[in-house]
Every structure is written in C-alpha cells, then in structure tokens.
Ligand binder design. Sequence first.
Ligand SMILES: [Fe+2]
Length: 582
Amino acid sequence: MNILGINAYHGNSAAAIVCDGKLVAAVEEERFNRVKYAAGFPALAIQYCLKTAGLTLKDIDHVAVPRNPYARLATKFFYAARMPSFARERAKVLVKFTGVREALAAVFDSDPAKLVATFHRVEHHKAHLASAFFVSPFERAALLSADGLGDFASTMWGTAAGNRMKIADAIAFPHSLGIYYSAVTQYLGFPKFGDEYKVMGLAAYGEPEYLPAFRDIVKFDPHANGNGFRLGLDYFIHHRTGPEMTWADAGKTPVQGKLYSDEMSKRFGPARTPAEPIEQRHYNLASSLQARLEEVYLGMLKKLAARTGLKAVCLAGGVAFNCVANGKIFDTTPFEQVFVQPAAGDAGLAIGAAYHVWHQKLGKPRSFVMEHSYWGPEFSREETHRAIDANDIRRHGFTVEECDEDAISRRAAAIIAEGKILGWFQGRAEWGPRALGNRSIVADPRRPDMKEILNRRIKRREIFRPFAPSILAESTGEWFEKSHPSPFMTFAYSVRPEKRNQIPAPTHVDGTGRLQTVTCEANPRYWRLIKAFEQATGVPIVLNTSFNDNEPIVCRPEEALDCFLRTQMDALVLGDFLISKQ
Ligand SMILES: [Fe+2]
C-alpha cells in the first residue's frame, strides 16, 4: 500500500512516499526549484518521490495532506468576525486546499476524476507529532509539538504507544512560542523567514538581563490543562492583524508580516534595523529571549514527564529545532531519551501526515525506524562523471581522479588536516535543513581561524553564528558532557572544558557545540572520513557546514560544481571523484 504525504501551500513544502509502512523517499521542494523555504505545490518533490519508489500516480492508494481547515472552527470564526482581512486570508487557504487533487493530477497531466487515491486531511500538529513518534525507535513516548502556527494551533501534546497517539491538549492562536521567538527575532533586526537560528546563535554572547521582563511576554498558564502558556499580547500585533504571511518570488518564498507591537520598543528601547550594528543590549535581549523560551519549553516538558511517567519523548515543530534548549532536556526534566527527526519543521509534515494515515487511520502495526536522514535524490557514477565533464573542471586548473573507498576517505582527511576546505558530496541528499555528511562542506575543527576563513571565503554568514561538529558516535562522551545520540544535529551539548581548545572552530562562545553523532551504520563513508581524520590527527571530529552559498543546499552534482567554482573551496569529493588543485 502506497501513501503519498504532501506539505503544500506552506513554507518548506515537501513530499514523502511511504510504501507498506516503510519510508522510501522524502524531500523538500526547495532542493529542486532552488528557492529557499519554498512554498507552493511541491510538484518536483512529488515527481521525485514517485520515480524513486517506481510508482505512477495510479499506484498511490492514499494521499495525506497535513492541513485541516475545519480544525478549531469556533476560534477561527471568532477572529474572522473581528478581522475581515483574516477572513479573506482563510477563504483563500480553503480554496487552495480543496484544489490539492487537481494540483496533483496536473503534475502528471492526468484527469483528476481518474485519481483512485483516497485523500485525507490530517491536522497540522497531529502530523507533526506523527512525524516524530511513528518513525522513532520508541514503543511508548510522550509527545510535544510546538511551532509558530498551523491549523490555528501552536502547540499540542499527548502520549503514544505502538501505533496509536493520544492527544492530551493544544494551545490555540494567538498564543505561540514560535511567534514569540519570531517576533523578538524581527525586533532584533532579523526580519527574514527562518532567521530565528541567527538569534539563537546571538544569544550565547549575552546575559539574560531582561529575563524578568520577558516573563511578561510569555507567561505560564495554569488553565491549559496545567501545562500551558499565554503571550503577553500587548507586545504583539498578530492577534489584531491576523497571522500575516505573504509570498514573494511568484508565491514561492514565505514572508512573515510584522509580529511585535510598539510596546516592545517602549520597554526595551528602539527596534534594531538590519543595517545597525549589534550592541551588547541586543545580545542580552537575545539571551533573555532564549532563556525564557527554555523556561517555558522545559517547564512544559517537565510537567509532561510528571503527568505521563514516561522516560522517552518525541519532539516536533519549529521549536524542536532549538538545539540549545533540547540539549538541556536531560538535566532539567525526567526524560532520558529524546527523538527529534531531521525535518522537525513543516517539511516533516509530509511524512507525519503519511504515517498518521498508515497507523492512526488504517491501524497498521509499526515496522519502521528512521535511522538516518538520507531520503533525497542520488546520482549515478555516470551522471556525476557527465557533470564533471560538462563543467570542464580541468580548464579551471583542477585535476580529477577516481579513487577507491579507502583512498577517498584517507585523501579527503589529509586535505582537511592541511587546513583546506573540502566539498563533500555523496549518495542521497539529506531530508531536513541540516547537511549531515552527504551535502556538506568539511574543514579542520582544530584551527581557531577556520570559522573566519569559512565565512570570508564561502559562507559569508554573520560571525556570531557557530559552525557544527560531526563526531564519531562512539567518541561523543569523551569530547562532550552528554553522549545521548544526536544523529540529526538537533542537540547542543557542552564540549568538555579540557577539550575546548582542541576544537575551537566548532565550539560556540558558550562552550557548546551543535553536534552530529555519526555511526558507521547510518553513513559508512562519512564515518570513514572522520575516522581517517582521527587517525591523522587524533581528533575524531570534523567541522561540518551545509554545502551551499546563500541558497538551498546543493542537490545535484552540477550545483555542487557550480558552488565549488563560485566560492573558493580547495577541493571537492563528488562520489568517488576527487577534484583538487594541480
Ligand atoms: Fe508547523
């Protein structure tokens, strides 16, 4: 039985295909159309999923869409009556979603009337929870989803056992941890969709001087089943204007409307514009923002653990990408095991909706655990070779050598150990926003100047944003103060103080690293590269950043070659081919 999951008409549009309960392929539309956070209908992602599974449209039994316009109708009517613009926006969304069948048929030039698949609507946060639990290794777990907003809710929690999830409660618009974080992110002068990461990096440079005041911006709410929070709405405008999201680039790029009110400036001083320098006040505000998020998020998790008595928890939604907060779960809550799948944000809804149908609606037993993130496109030796030839890479002064398994990791490790920057492109592309060793740029973590070199030559990111370490999983406890697996870079742990000066490049200013733990089972070739680096240097860690340059992560060999030539990387490994300077 084949289930196609589609996240459409929403940021991070994506598709996933689940065949007899096994995930076969999953990918974000941005990897194909090259528009970051692309919204719209994921036509190219759907085509890729079906092709990879060897299916045509008529083989699809179920189509799962993670949106239920009928959820929370009473709250929606309440706000629609007060805000005509909001009502118009809702009506547009409804029209789009009723057209999913037609849009899907159009991708394959088919007649929508001839589609045999059954269409299902799965509420946004139920799809988030399903995306985490049903692919987790846990038989039983507590669940928490927290994000900006989806189907008019921002937060949902519950429990799950076997193939059933049980929802305990949810928090509806306008109260939202995601909106809280985005609003302060905007106020600090980072207006773009997805900029919250930058502010999380900024937070480590400040002190939470404003934490007492931030407790007025997000308050605990004893009424929401004892586990909720409320926003201090004076600081926000979204409850008056509607959760405004517009779309640029022909409807492909999400643009978040202004979320914070003048009250923010009255209390904390003028809002920063993107061009203004970052002052200590801004660092302290970012630190206070993060500190209050942690108090509320970890507080909710503590209560969830106390109520359920469970030791494992599955997290999803944009807030679950807060790796700094996730890293603190082990010390501040009774949870001992935490699972966050790599596409914890809205792309992940595609697999969540599909698995919700498979287990919750069809009652099928569990048979799948997501042990790696490599569910995207891959390219054959011939395709890679053709791309290299077409690019005429030799004319740019590079040599191309085809290497065997042992030579490729050994030589790549030697290049990194010399302080050079290496593009590393292998196998299937990662699912989710992190490069995890198949579309990565890797470098020497031991060099204090490596962060600055990478930024100057390739990434051009703000200097306060950290780079991440990839570590051999078996060495985690030796280098970090926690050793709970972090295969998808969704946790930040403290680097052991005595090790910090050995890996200065991926150690953040607060002594933490947003690590990827790499096992030989999940990614043998990447594991061998790090192992070879350890043999050469004694350090079982490489610095890993995504293979891109202000664009979505590269998907095809052609894009990797373009990025390689455009930036100033020193060498590139494309599958078995090593491209280096003569
Ligand atoms: Fe979401």
